[in-house]
Structure formats: C-alpha cells, structure tokens
Ligand binder design. Sequence first.
Ligand code: COA
Length: 153
Amino acid sequence: MASDLEKLIDHAQRVDDHAIGFLPRQAIVEYIDAKRVESIDCNGDRVGFALWRISPFRECKIVQCWVRSDARLIENGRRLLQAVEGNAAKRRASCLRCWVADDLPSNLFWQSLGFELVGWRIGRNKTGRRHNLYRRPIQIPQATTTSRAHARP
Ligand SMILES: CC(C)(COP(=O)(O)OP(=O)(O)OC[C@H]1O[C@@H](n2cnc3c(N)ncnc32)[C@H](O)[C@@H]1OP(=O)(O)O)[C@@H](O)C(=O)NCCC(=O)NCCS
C-alpha cells in the first residue's frame, strides 16, 4: 500500500507535472527507501518534499522540489532546501544543483536562495522548452577527519 509520502508525491506530479516532471512509482519508492527524500510539515500537515541524489562527481542533484500551493511563500521551500543541504553536506557533496524550465516562476525561488544560473539546454520532449541549470556551493561547513584530528580535547 502506498505511504503518505508516496501519495503526496503522486498528487504533486498530477497537479504540477509541468513543473516537476514525472517519475514512475518504482523510482519514487526507491528514493523513499534510500532516504533520499526530505519532507516538510506545516501546522501538522505534510506540505512539501524534495527528492535528491548525489552524483559520482559529489554534486547533490535536486530531482524534484515541491510545496503545496496553499503553503507557498512562507519559507517552506527554503526549509526543505536546508534539509537537503544538511544531508548533502554529510555526504561530502560540493554543491546543490537543479534543472528548472525557463517559463516557471520557481526560477525566482532558486535565484532568491542564492543559486547561480550556470547553464541551459533545450528540453528533450516535444515542447522544446529551455531548461536552466542552477547551482549553489554547499554552505554548511563540513567536519573533516583532519579537523577532528587537530581538535583540542
Ligand atoms: C518553487 C517552490 C518549491 C517554492 O516554495 P516556497 O515554499 O513558496 O518558497 P519559499 O517561501 O521558501 O521562498 C524562498 C524565497 O523564494 C522566493 N520565491 C518563491 N517562490 C517564488 C515565486 N513564485 N516568485 C517569486 N519569488 C519566489 C520567495 O519570495 C523567497 O524569497 P525571499 O527570501 O527573498 O523573500 C514552490 O513554489 C513550488 O512547489 N512550485 C511548484 C513546483 C516547482 O516549480 N518546483 C521547482 C522545480 S523542481
């Protein structure tokens, strides 16, 4: 039976597919099982999620990021990204990155959070939309083995 998180992601893909795209159920289950999903609660309701993965080049790719329409513009998206960044830092990723279709208002979200536009490409589907690539270095300091070895007792 589908979990609440799976149902929320399924709902998001139905109402905002033009923004977050589509992942098959099996892929969603794999993200959840691998704990590569953050979610956010607001007034006791789960209102958003972000799916992410770390590339072989140690970049954290945000695959989907979504907040329910009635919970937007009150910092839930920012909190989600903070949670992703915390996990990415633990896994020693160097940056966060995300592809966003050029016609979406969410370009302003990434820019407001300090992401830099570092590239673009024309989408592979029939719409021919341009997709922008945003990137931001990880801003959380990483505890390294070296710094622990040098720490005073
Ligand atoms: C993009 C999205 C996740 C943002 O979530 P949110 O909870 O509204 O974002 P926040 O409230 O944390 O906003 C953080 C900053 O981004 C800005 N921002 C967010 N959405 C914005 C919009 N549509 N237009 C202009 N600025 C926006 C906020 O003003 C805020 O900036 P500030 O701190 O300078 O005031 C949400 O709008 C969403 O789910 N959209 C549909 C799906 C989507 O487009 N996902 C992204 C592609 S993967």
